[in-house]
Design a protein around this ligand. Structure first.
Ligand SMILES: *Cc1c(COP(=O)(O)O)cnc(C)c1O
Length: 444
């Protein structure tokens, strides 16, 4: 029998991976995971500093979530949500609406982040069509945005790396400038004003005013453009463009898929800016990060445009919408957040600040570092000579070196970041900071 990696390479097509890289960094077999740690098939432990693509909020295999899943799978594994209902879907929706940043009345479930963005875009547009404003058919987005990779979500994403090839298939959004604060501190969120007077905010407001008549919605990632190299925009900028859009009658779609559930230090990132988006997309940590689940929270009253004649219905469905097991995990995760994880989060944010500062002062190749809640990023650089030695692949070299030191780092080009489980222990953070320092020194 060939080993697992050989069998894998024979049959699997991996996401976000160049075939050419398999020879250099073959997929690493993982046998188990607990808390912040992955364990390889050979028994090596790796600290999951990026929460496996920003999902597991409370670490892997949290007993409360595992128990919720076990109990649910015994009772009801799945039933379609069209024509049926069940306790887990209703209970999670009630809890989300009660916790949400504003007056939301409905929850629409789906199974991945991109699908929730598609739903929000379609809801906004159909709302226009059915309220006599069908000429509002464009969407405004921010430069450097990432909203997923299905065609609609990709259309409102600004990053050419993902968008380039498919550009001929995509509708053209109105792109707004966005300020980036490469040395953003968590404390900058405090008065909620950073970026409000920036030149980018001025130009964005001017563009929104000029195009309001044709805009259905503005789509934003509140505070941090995560896939866009952890770029931080300032809460003041966010508040200004959102309030401007809403005053102009433009719907606001907030994509909190990556930043909700404590990542910015609060349950929802929107709260830092005091905004209340019309449609709020959630996924990733929604199920506690263990099962595919997403949803859109919908402003109270929005559904009025869909009532009346059946032809006004929102005809959109995903087969596994509102899966009971995923919803049960989601409810357990939300309860954990509210009772255990969020209360001590300020201390965790402060520990991260100190640890990041330490890494930055120890590594001369770190140019900037920034923080927003539990999200920390370092911009790194190296000499042209070293870059040539690394074949222009700084990110891959850092990932490889990290794995050798027992930490999972997956830089976005030259932005190295941490987005660990929220309940990372102080000793684990020390290990992460030490390993990151060594990796950056060795590689750069
Ligand atoms: C991950 C992500 C998405 C897409 O979610 P998928 O589940 O991968 O489809 C959309 N928006 C943001 C901000 C994300 O981080």
């Amino acid at each position: 029998m060939p080993d697992l990696v050989e069998r894998d390479l024979e049959v699997l097509w991996h996401p976000a991976t160049h075939f050419a890289d398999h020879a250099r960094v073959p997929p690493l077999p993982i046998a188990s995971a607990k808390g912040a740690w992955l364990t390889t098939a050979h028994g090596t432990r790796i600290l999951d500093a990026i929460s496996s693509w920003w999902t597991c909020l409370h670490g892997h295999g949290h007993p409360a979530i595992v128990e919720a899943i076990r109990n649910q799978v015994d009772a009801l594994d799945h039933v379609m949500l069209a024509g049926f209902t069940h306790e887990p879907a209703v209970r999670l929706a009630e809890a989300l609406l009660a916790a949400a940043p504003g007056d939301y009345g409905k929850v629409f479930y789906a199974d991945c982040g991109s699908a929730s963005v598609e739903i929000a875009l379609k809801l906004s547009f159909q709302h226009r069509v059915q309220s006599g404003a069908g000429e509002r058919r464009r969407f405004a987005t921010l430069r450097n945005a990432y909203h997923g990779e299905t065609l609609g979500a990709l259309a409102v994403s600004g990053n050419d790396a993902y968008r380039g090839v498919f550009a001929p298939l995509l509708f053209e959004p109105l792109e707004l400038p966005v300020p980036h604060f490469p040395a953003h501190r968590h404390a900058d969120l405090g008065d909620g004003r950073l970026g409000e007077d920036s030149e980018e905010a001025e130009r964005a407001v001017t563009l929104l005013r000029a195009h309001a008549h044709e805009l259905s919605a503005l789509v934003v990632e509140p505070l941090v453009q995560c896939a866009g190299k952890m770029a931080m925009m300032g809460a003041g900028y966010l508040r200004r463009i959102v309030q401007t859009a809403q005053a102009l009658g433009i719907h606001v779609i907030a994509d909190e898929i990556a930043v909700a559930f404590g990542r910015t230090g609060r349950l929802f990132a929107s709260t830092w800016a005091g905004i209340s988006p019309d449609l709020l997309c959630l996924s990733k940590g929604l199920s506690g990060g263990v099962l595919p689940l997403s949803c859109v929270l919908i402003r109270r009253g929005f559904e009025a445009a869909f009532q009346g004649d059946p032809s006004r219905s929102f005809l959109h469905s995903h087969t596994f919408t509102g899966n009971p097991i995923a919803c049960a995990a989601g409810f357990a995760s939300l309860q954990l957040l509210q009772t255990q994880t969020l209360p001590p989060l300020d201390a965790a944010v402060e520990r991260l600040r100190v640890a990041a500062q330490h890494v930055a002062t120890q590594c001369s190749r770190v140019q900037n570092h920034r923080q927003c809640g539990t999200i920390v990023a370092f911009d790194v650089t190296t000499t042209a000579e070293r870059e040539a030695q690394l074949g222009g692949r700084i990110s891959l070299a850092i990932r490889e070196a990290g794995l050798r030191k027992g930490v999972l780092l997956r830089p976005l080009h030259d932005a190295v970041y941490w987005m660990p489980p929220l309940n990372l222990a102080p000793a684990e953070l020390d290990h992460l900071a030490t390993a990151t320092t060594e990796v950056l020194r060795d590689v750069l």
